[in-house]
Ligand binder design. Sequence first.
Ligand code: UDP
Ligand code: MG
Length: 318
Amino acid sequence: MKQITILIPAYNEEESLHHLYNRLLESTSDLSHYAFEFLFVNDGSQDATMEIIKDLRKKDEKVSYVDLSRNFGKETAMIAGFDYAKGDAVIILDADLQDPPELIPEMVKYWEQGYDDVYAKRRSRRGETIMKKATAGLFYKLLKRMSQVPIQENTGDFRLLDRRCVEAIRQIRETQRYTKGMFSWVGYHKKEILFDRDPRISGETKWNYGKLFDLAIEGVTSFTTAPLRFSSLMGITVSFFAFLYMIWIIFKTIAFGESVAGYPSLMSVILFIGGIQLIVLGIIGEYLGRVFNETKNRPLYFIHEYNEERVMNFNGQK
Ligand code: UDP
Ligand code: MG
């Protein structure tokens, strides 16, 4: 019998877990020819999330869990889940029920037809502010234009991955992860399905604009070097005009003699070029910081406990 793992990263989700568990049971009941594993990755929750998961485990052998040693963020929680998932397919699902489990049978249907990555695209984003929708739209537009790999717009992590996609992503051990880009990057046979994203069932989103901005920078810097190219172009353009201006000054001095005036123009040129230099340095710094972080080659996460012994090395690889 083939096995399907439902991977659920959970951070302070005590209010939705029981509800989630019931809806998972309901929506997988028609797929009795598969063995299911509900794998919860507790991402250092401070509330009763872990206790609830353990209670569920006592009642139901299908439930398993990995308890991370602290809050590492969803991207890292997901790779921990990939490392521990046993299924021939893995379905990533948010714990707050924004991703309806009722879509699971449809995903499985396409998996049976041979697709490796069945991703759910949002037809609408209910319960999200206009500001969030607008910034998300702008970000996707920019990223798509800059990066070489096609990145699916309005698509979250809610998807079914075949074992071979999971194994591919497990080999990407970057510390600063932009998993959504990795799904595209690894390739394989993809299928899109549409759904309406529900508002959170309870609690609040863990993403604030600061964190979203971080993730956006992650997305750009880990999948494209376009900003570096942009800074070279900007440097060339500015030095071209600076050169023209220099010629003009030399010509003017020879023709009309030297005058003491010129403080405003001098100041504006210095400030303008200084500004450009700072921007360019900042961009280089962003990339250099990433090089620094990756060369440290640290393990991605540590485990506090899990329900079952599995032999892993420090990088979580079997
Ligand atoms: N999550 C996590 N670690 C974190 C933040 C979030 O594992 O540090 C989980 C969270 O429990 C949820 C999923 O990631 O299952 C999505 O989080 P959230 O609902 O806050 O994001 P949004 O739906 O607003 O994008
Ligand atoms: Mg959510």
